[in-house]
Each structure stands twice: as C-alpha cells, then as structure tokens.
Design a protein around this ligand. Structure first.
Ligand SMILES: [Zn+2]
Length: 162
C-alpha cells in the first residue's frame, strides 16, 4: 500500500510502538496497516475420528478442504462452526488450531483447524456451494487431496503430527 485509502496521501513510514516500522498517513495522522482477508479452512473429521471429509466445488474435480471467509466481527472459531454448518449441514463439536498460511493469490490469511462433527451424514450439503463431498480414511485423504495445494500442506501437517 503506497497511498492512504482514506485521503489518497502518499504514505510515509513511522515507528509504531511494539510493531516496528508501519506505513503512516501524515494527513490523517493514522497508521495504515496493510489490508488482507482472513479465512478458515477445516480438516473435518467424522465422530470416530478415522475419516476426513474432502469436497469438490465450482465444477472443479480437485479434492479440497471445506473453507470460507471470516465475517467482520466474527472470530475464527465461530467461522469454523458456521462454515461447516452452512456448507455441509453438520455441527462441529471440537475444533483445534492446526496451521496457518498466507495465500498470495487472494491476499488471504488462511487459518486451518481440525474439527470433529457430530454426524457422518452428507444429506445436508449445500448443493449450490459443494458439488461433491466424500469421507476418506486418513491414508486415502493423503492421496486424494489436490497435489501441491495449500489444502494438501494443511492436511499433511495435521496427519504427520499424529
Ligand atoms: Zn490519509
């Protein structure tokens, strides 16, 4: 960010207590921290924690993890519960932080959680958002997840940590 998003003034740099050198607008007298989006991605496990849910979306045949943007005012854990309910129709009973990674293509910080749902039924899937959803054993999921993707890195970090 080179210019202030409020007034268009060219930004300078200024020491911000505890944060280091941060872009600063002299006119607004405000620090202008960089903008980015935040999203959650989920390793969804069945109640017996021996299967992982992978989905296909938007006409693509790649298997990925359930994911969605965090709403303004919402925390990441709430977004996990809401997104799984909206997309898959299941209730999350447990969630644990796994790993996060900045995704440059969409300027998004992706925060990955593992979570457990209360049911294996896939009858409640939102068919507008999800083309296909399928449970896989851990070893199958490892092979079926989209290669060289962020989803794969999250999944492998989770599986290799077990
Ligand atoms: Zn300004």
């Amino acid at each position: 960010m080179k210019y202030c998003y409020e007034c268009g003034t060219k930004l300078t740099s200024k020491e911000c207590d505890g944060e280091g050198i941060i872009p600063y607008c002299e006119k607004c007298q405000t620090f202008r921290f960089p903008f980015f989006s935040a999203a959650v991605s989920m390793i969804v496990q069945n109640p017996s924690k021996d299967k992982i849910l992978l989905i296909q979306q938007y006409g693509k045949k790649n298997n990925v993890l359930v994911a969605g943007y965090i709403n303004k005012g919402e925390n990441a854990e709430e977004a996990v519960v809401r997104e799984v309910k909206e997309e898959i129709g299941l209730n999350v009973t447990v969630h644990d932080f796994n790993k996060s990674e900045y995704f440059k293509n969409t300027n998004t910080l992706m925060i990955n959680f593992s979570c457990v749902v209360d049911n294996e039924s896939l009858d409640g899937i939102d068919k507008k958002e999800v083309d296909k959803a399928e449970w896989f054993s851990f070893e199958e999921a490892r092979k079926k997840i989209m290669p060289n993707s962020l989803a794969e890195r999250f999944l492998l970090n989770f599986l290799d940590g077990k």
